[in-house]
Ligand binder design. Structure first.
Ligand code: HEM
Ligand SMILES: Nc1c(Br)cnc2ccccc12
Length: 287
């Protein structure tokens, strides 16, 4: 059922943001100098993406990613790097819940990679191991548009929100050992832009079967797209939205911010007194 967030305690969440942001800035060598930003965004998404609006199960509230059943979900391969990155932050701020930490990590990463401000509320409360949702709720990359539409409908999202959210694939890369997809990183691996949409529309894509027998799209500049990425230009309704975001990065940023905040708060009711935080970036604080 829907969880009720606990009333916000007198805590300095900007301090936690700054600790995460400083660590992202310092540890820049991870993943061939892409850094930890993208994998932190993916952890926030995967810890929230287990939500099912049909029975109000899953979602970020209980921080259940910390249990091996969820950590070992094949869909979560590679996210251990984000979990290990956040461990010393959790030791420094033991009062923050796992769910608040995983989602705050994603918000910090988006903002420090020059993405839009993401409003964030505290109050998630760790839940016990017997509340871990079943594996298999996170999306399969080999599928087409109708699968994507159904999966994001289960998460409570329409077409606009779905296309905006998948725009996060401008960040980071696929890793053979994690998902069976291999690709040199995208056009802007650690800077948040609308390049994913520009790339989708402008490059010449060919479908290849890689060494693991997995089908992926490759282009002449060495970028790759997943079948579910390509579905966004094959489906006429999605394609309209891809064209809109490719033309206007500000509209993409506005829609992404709303959808990402909603994703991280699915299945949670927040008390009115828990106001959304709009965190300052390190640059804005001259740190
Ligand atoms: C149809 C929906 C989606 C599918 C099938 C999908 C699938 C994948 C796959 C297969 C990878 C590569 C993982 C690896 O090999 O390390 C990946 C990476 C990534 N995904 Fe998605 N994803 C989806 C939606 C999203 C959404 C909604 C977000 C965030 C809002 C997101 C953020 C990321 C990021 C940032 C990476 C790069 C991680 C890294 O560089 O380590 N994805 N995704
Ligand atoms: N950089 C990416 C591009 Br460009 C296209 N698709 C992706 C899917 C997952 C992770 C990264 C990417």
């Amino acid at each position: 059922g829907v969880h009720v967030a606990e009333k916000e305690a007198k805590r300095d969440y900007q301090e936690v943001y700054n600790a995460i942001a400083t660590k992202i800035r310092d540890e820049d060598e991870y993943d061939n100098y892409i850094g930890y930003g993208p994998v932190l965004v993916r952890l926030a998404w995967h810890s929230s993406g287990t939500f099912d609006r049909n029975d109000n199960s899953g979602g970020s509230f209980g921080g259940t990613y910390r249990f091996k059943k969820e950590m070992n979900d094949p869909s979560n391969k590679g996210l251990q790097n984000a979990f290990d990155f956040l461990r010393p932050i959790h030791e420094q701020f033991p009062w923050i819940s796992s769910g608040d930490l995983y989602t705050l990590g994603g918000v910090t990463a988006v903002q420090e990679m020059m993405g839009p401000k993401i409003p964030w509320r505290s109050g998630r409360v760790d839940q016990p191991e017997n509340t871990v949702p079943d594996n298999g709720r996170l999306p399969d990359a080999s599928q087409g548009a109708s699968y994507v539409r159904n999966l994001f409908d289960r998460l409570g999202f329409g077409d606009r929100e779905t296309v905006a959210l998948i725009g996060a694939h401008a960040l980071g890369k696929t890793h053979y050992e994690n998902s069976g997809y291999e690709g040199p990183w995208g056009p802007s691996p650690n800077v948040f832009t609308n390049d994913f949409f520009v790339n989708l529309l402008n490059a010449h894509w060919t479908l290849n079967t890689n060494k693991k027998g997995v089908k992926q799209w490759d282009n002449d500049q060495g970028h790759m797209m997943l079948p579910t990425d390509m579905a966004l230009v094959k489906d006429p309704k999605y394609r309209k939205l891809v064209e809109e975001y490719a033309k206007d990065q500000d509209v993409f940023f506005r829609d992404f911010s709303k959808a990402f905040a909603k994703l991280l708060e699915n299945n949670i009711k927040f008390p009115d007194q828990n106001k959304p935080h709009y965190f300052k970036t390190l640059d804005e604080q001259d740190l």
